[in-house]
Design a protein around this ligand. Structure first.
Ligand SMILES: *Cc1c(COP(=O)(O)O)cnc(C)c1O
Length: 476
């Protein structure tokens, strides 16, 4: 094959097909490997990769680089599709969505301005409309795609901070933080995602502005204590501006009570953001969407498509009840998003976004939503929730195990009723076999975790894993 080819063009159609074919063959040749991971230890893997000469004076060409990848890289790739993989909210990708990634990369459109992504801009707008209506917002809703749940949360916290201060007559965009900035407070669960603290830092408010509220036995915010804490903070002269409810905590999948939290927010004139990075998928399910509560009561919602929806990383959106809140990201540049464009109907999405150059992730949603429909997603999500219940019920009736919280979504935190050390060793031993489960801490004690997002995890697989864990627990 000639190696001078550069870009996808009229002249390189055949080369393009050959290269993509080679890549597809390389991927499919790994599919029959056992388990999710080769089990290689980090030192051995580092030594393979650190020997590579990544930037030779003369390139080695396509054929050699593929040999290298087939030999040293793909065998050790984490095979996220394997049912032995369940440590994180990290899903396998739906097959058609891999094809949508190929289309996205081939055209390489960028979402910042209409002239860089004409049809993709219109698609993102349409997908956002579909989402605002799916989650119960009216025509005044709007949103944007982001790099992930963390950036969705950052965007929501930024917008609500700005709106809150603007109501009090302070324009953060122009002036930076107000003199009383160190009194501003965000309230969220003690087990909410760490992107709250990270956002608070980036926004100049510091970690101390994030007040962590205690949770009850179901790992949801204790509403009575929450209100006591807020009231006492107000009495001390602090300024609550935002409550972040978690709709599916990262470990437990537990869900905060939106209806009650909304009442607190109304009483104290706070904004309400729902971090539904995990739980948002359940909106597709007629059986389980009730569990999420009335999400439309929140002022904004984080939705991750690279978790329960099984779309490839990255794919996330944040939607707002009031589209005006997104105006905090608008800033006109003569070279990019001219004001006259918008007057003539050319939408430049950069005006709603933290990012400038941005992938057309909304296209993955467009393609898979249309192809599978709501029912197609419901059957995946129902399966995940039901298999989590199956696992929980099975271990709850076995004295060897302890599972403190009944799952609302698809993750189960549990431990073998032995020391922390035995639980840690069980996870490590499974990892060395290429079976990857999660580990966390609950009430000071090391816990194991199954995060069940893979629709191919069935009862047989769960039974097998329970037996493996039992065997290991006897060994250590
Ligand atoms: C995963 C997760 C996030 C972060 O999302 P990323 O897409 O990883 O940035 C935020 N909140 C919750 C509750 C999550 O589970």
């Amino acid at each position: 094959m000639q190696e001078e080819f550069l870009i996808l063009s009229r002249n390189t159609k055949e080369v393009f097909k050959k290269i993509i074919d080679d890549a597809v063959s390389a991927i499919t040749s790994t599919i029959d490997s056992a388990n999710a991971f080769s089990g290689i230890n980090p030192y051995a893997l580092r030594s393979i990769i650190s020997k590579k000469e990544i930037l030779p004076a003369c390139g080695v060409g396509w054929r050699s680089v593929m040999e290298d990848i087939n030999h040293d890289v793909l065998p050790h790739m984490l095979r996220s599709w394997d049912p032995s993989y369940m440590p994180h909210l990290h899903s396998p990708a739906l097959i058609e969505s891999i094809a949508s990634e190929l289309i996205i990369a081939s055209f390489n459109n960028s979402m910042d301005s209409w002239d860089q992504s004409p049809v993709q801009t219109e698609i993102e707008e349409k997908v956002i409309k579909t989402l605002t209506s799916l989650f119960g917002y009216d025509d005044n809703g709007d949103g944007t795609f982001t790099s992930g749940g963390s950036q969705s949360n950052l965007a929501a916290i930024t917008a609500h901070r700005d709106s809150f201060l603007m109501k009090g007559g302070w324009d953060v965009k122009k002036n930076g933080l107000p003199p009383y900035f160190d009194k501003l407070r965000i309230y969220t669960s003690e087990i909410s995602h760490f992107s709250m603290e990270k956002s608070a830092h980036l926004l100049g408010l510091g970690y101390k502005s994030v007040v962590k509220l205690p949770v009850d036995g179901k790992c949801s915010i204790d509403i009575i204590k929450a209100e006591e804490i807020i009231k006492s903070d107000v009495d001390k002269g602090l300024i609550p501006f935002l409550f972040v409810a978690t709709i599916g905590t990262t470990d437990f999948g537990s869900i905060d009570d939106i209806e009650k939290i909304r009442k607190i927010c109304n009483r104290y004139k706070m904004f309400l953001h729902s971090d539904a990075a995990y739980g948002s998928g359940a909106i597709m399910s007629s059986r389980y969407s009730d569990r999420l509560g009335p999400l439309y009561l929140s002022d904004s919602i984080t939705i991750d498509f690279h978790k329960m929806f099984l779309l490839p990383i990255s794919c996330s959106a944040v939607i707002f009840k009031d589209k005006k809140e997104l105006e905090c990201f608008a800033l006109h540049a003569d070279y990019l998003n001219r004001e006259e464009d918008e007057e003539d109907g050319y939408i430049n999405l950069v005006s709603k976004s933290i990012q400038t150059t941005r992938r057309s992730d909304a296209f993955k949603v467009y393609l898979s939503f249309m192809m599978r429909g709501k029912n197609g997603f419901a059957s995946i999500i129902d399966h995940d929730i039901e298999i989590a219940s199956y696992f929980y019920n099975k271990i709850s009736s076995d004295p060897l195990f302890l599972a403190p919280v009944s799952p609302r979504l698809s993750s189960v935190v549990f431990k073998v009723n032995k020391s922390d050390n035995v639980n840690k060793r069980i996870r490590r031993a499974l990892l060395e076999k290429g079976i990857i489960i999660g580990q966390t801490v609950y009430n000071g004690s090391v816990m194991l975790k199954f995060t069940l997002l893979n629709p191919e995890i069935n009862e047989e697989k769960i039974d097998f894993l329970i037996e493996e864990i039992k065997k290991l627990s006897e060994k250590f």
